[in-house]
Design a protein around this ligand. Sequence first.
Ligand SMILES: [Zn+2]
Ligand SMILES: [Zn+2]
Length: 358
Amino acid sequence: MRAAVLHETGQEKLEVLDDVEAVGFGPGKVRLRIRATGLCHSDVSAMSGVLPQPAPFIPGHEGAGEVVDVGDGVSGLSAGDRVLVCWLPACGDCPSCKRGQTHLCLAGFMNAGTPNFRRPGGDVFGFAGTGTFTEEVVVGAGCAVPIPDDVPFEIAALIGCGVTTGLGAAINTAQVEAGSSVAVIGCGGVGISTIQGARVRGAAQIVAVDPVASRREAALRFGATEAVAPDELADAKQRVTGGEGFDYVFEVVGRSATARTAYETTRRGGTLCVVGAGAMDDTFQVNMFELFFDEKRILPSMYGGGDVLRSYERAVALWRAGRIDLESMITHRVRLDGINDALDQMRTGEALRTCVEL
Ligand SMILES: [Zn+2]
Ligand SMILES: [Zn+2]
């Protein structure tokens, strides 16, 4: 079958091959036919080595499709079911799951070191234990979450990562208060979802910050009350908050420099919510005096910061009610052959979300 493979970490281009096989099918597993997959920035970060991932590997973790085959012992799923791919499946049994924080369950990572694919040349891993830039993938049953019939595959794919991550940061983690002031630094798919989450929560001002003009324009369409370039943020802080700083600042880039800017843009007693996925060797620094004296809350948010399945359901409910717009987030569509162009469009910020149809 066809799949897009990264041979070595650090390479910029994927090779689309048709000699790839999805392996590992058996008890507790399901085989999926992927129909749509989004390009998430984490795919690019794994390719460049910012996020740890063994190579060669097939990127993609934001996908949806149909169940082809169900292994022994799998209940609640059967062939033909429409599902989205959850790259962080909950075991339901560990302390994190029992607390309702299924996004902190590590069970899914236990399989991350096991290859999901094979080629004549050897084993191939799947990014984050999934790998959706492919026609078929075998995953644990917990990674296949049924979706309602009215949710198209491409919308379900977005809910599988970017939308859940961004909405959840505003709704679960920061719990943005009605009438508050918000700044969102970084307006790709996740940042736009954060803006939509802040709007759903009733924020009065939402300032979008991004160096790319097309993303600033997009942010305004999705609920930002104004959009500025990074060098205009200090001015916006002065204008919108009287210099005090925003009630909530979301860092959706994943770099210590932007996190530091976000910290300084947060008001005393306000909330800095770190959503971006950064590197292990990039250290965020706060001195002990400001940490104590300014009482800013630093809240990291991973994958929506809450019960993952509940977050999916909520995203579907908000989308169905017309409270969030997911269709317009898909600015580009390609077939698998166009994957490298799509990656470039993501790197330059030209695409908000590209959907790969398979
Ligand atoms: Zn668990
Ligand atoms: Zn993602």
